[in-house]
Design a protein around this ligand. Structure first.
Ligand SMILES: [Zn+2]
Length: 199
């Protein structure tokens, strides 16, 4: 189609989620005609992400230090823990300003079809965190779809014997949807109206 470098760029862009061949081509040609300083900034941002971003050793959110910004914040409360699937869900919940506790990022959801079981997620790490007894309330904020519900039910059963207050985000969230696409008001309300799960 195109020669060497241009086609390589289109191929790489096309591998990104949500970028089809047409978009890949459009982005590639945008970059070709962009100011050289803009392209340099983009390259630098990619390099920095690759070199300096890692997962928080405590909650598995993305972090630039050993611990993420939220785990390092002494103003957050330690007795409420919110379990989410991905770091992007942390960002979505932070936007609501409803939550002052800590997070635990599972790294996905249980999905038998995709071959993802509890052992593929950071469930063991969650149990270890709960063992020390500091957490008294667990909020399960997995996505309101099949996999998210299955994960919530599994976790509720698992932590049942620990005597924690366990809640799930209230309805109002679009069923079958993704937490990150919910607007702040809806997600904030779902948070306030979370309901207790009796395991
Ligand atoms: Zn953290």
């Amino acid at each position: 189609m195109y020669e060497g470098a241009v086609q390589d760029l289109i191929d790489e862009l096309g591998r990104l989620p949500g970028v089809g061949p047409k978009s890949a081509q459009r982005i590639a040609f945008h970059l070709l005609s962009a100011e050289s300083a803009d392209v340099t900034r983009l390259v630098a941002a990619l390099t920095r992400v690759q070199e300096s971003v890692r997962f928080c050793v405590t909650c598995y959110n993305v972090a630039e230090a050993e611990q993420c910004r939220i785990c390092r914040d002494p103003r957050r409360v330690d007795d409420v823990l919110c379990v989410v699937e991905e770091p992007k869900d942390v960002v979505a919940i932070e936007r609501t300003r409803e939550f002052r506790g800590r997070y635990h990022v599972l790294g996905g959801a249980i999905s038998p079809i995709d071959g993802v079981g509890p052992d593929d997620l950071r469930v063991k790490e969650l149990m270890t965190r709960l063992m020390n007894g500091a957490v008294t309330e667990l909020i399960i904020a997995t996505d309101p779809n099949l996999e998210g519900e299955a994960t919530a039910a599994y976790l509720a059963r698992l932590v049942g014997p620990m005597g924690l207050a366990v809640s799930r985000l209230a309805s109002g969230l679009p069923v079958g949807g993704d937490l990150e696409y919910a607007d702040e008001v809806t997600l904030g309300r779902a948070f306030e109206g979370r309901r207790r799960i009796d395991a």
